[in-house]
Design a protein around this ligand. Structure first.
Ligand SMILES: [Zn+2]
Length: 259
């Protein structure tokens, strides 16, 4: 069985886990080889919830921030509270998840999203923390913001081309890959998996979403990263355990974890 799995992107605060969160985080994940998880907030309310979970479970770390799909809900002062929490809470390791989502028609206007993203990129620089970036159908503006602010961080669930991956890693940005690489129609993600410099690759679930084949459409959890690792290792012609070990070290470097 594969060991030493670091899930760099999850949402265990989601209600999909209300029934068995305790059992998952104390039993199922550790017994499935998972050693570390970063749980990502999407607004102020989830930031508080994610922190609670990080305090309760050793293996869980917190990313606090405002997701682009929540941009319209931002109230004055929300980011100040998030900034305070990021500053004082030891288990808060990143600003996330933040970014741009031009996929859904009913999301906030692009200018609103870019403004919120920009303020959080600036915040990450002030605090010396990495960012966890959500980029859906917004590659051009995302790269423009990264060029402008030069944060450290990761493009989660990376959906760009090999060329964009090269541009991002040149800026020192990590590439997060998850369940999508196992999907039948995942030509682009598989190309990126084959080409990404190994020192910039991290693994993730986005649980409860994005479960890999053969669990596609079901609730995801961090133990399923084994399937993602097997697929990427196969594409690269290496041992899955070796890949997981390298990605674990990458994740620790990305989130400035010393132990
Ligand atoms: Zn997410």
């Amino acid at each position: 069985m594969l060991q030493n799995i670091f899930d760099t992107h999850s949402h265990y605060d989601d209600e999909a886990f209300d029934e068995d969160r305790e059992e998952l985080l104390t039993k199922v994940l550790p017994e499935g080889g998972v050693v570390r998880v970063v749980d990502c907030a999407v607004d102020l309310l989830t930031s508080v919830k994610v922190l609670d979970i990080a305090h309760e479970y050793d293996m869980v770390y917190a990313a606090l921030g405002y997701h682009p799909e929540q941009a319209a809900d931002e109230r004055k002062g929300d980011l100040d509270v998030i900034a305070e929490l990021l500053e004082k809470e030891e288990k808060a390791v990143a600003v996330g998840e933040i970014g741009l989502d031009y996929h859904w028609e009913d999301n906030a206007p692009r200018e609103t999203q870019v403004d919120l993203f920009s303020r959080q990129l600036a915040l990450s620089k002030d605090l010396g923390l990495p960012v966890i970036i959500h980029d859906r159908d917004a590659h051009g503006d995302t790269m423009e913001c990264l060029q402008k602010y030069r944060p450290s961080g990761v493009l989660h669930c990376f959906s760009g081309s090999v060329e964009m991956m090269r541009e991002a890693t040149k800026l020192g940005i990590y590439i997060g890959l998850g369940g999508v690489v196992t999907f039948k129609n995942a030509r682009k993600a598989v190309e990126v998996a084959a080409e990404v410099p190994l020192e910039y690759l991290v693994l993730e679930t986005d649980a409860p979403y994005m479960a890999p084949t053969p669990f596609r459409g079901k609730r995801n959890n961090s133990t399923y990263i084994a399937y993602v690792a097997e697929k990427i290792a196969e594409v690269r012609g290496m041992e899955p355990q070796k890949l997981i070990d390298i990605c674990n070290e990458n994740g620790k470097r990305l989130f400035q974890m010393t132990d």
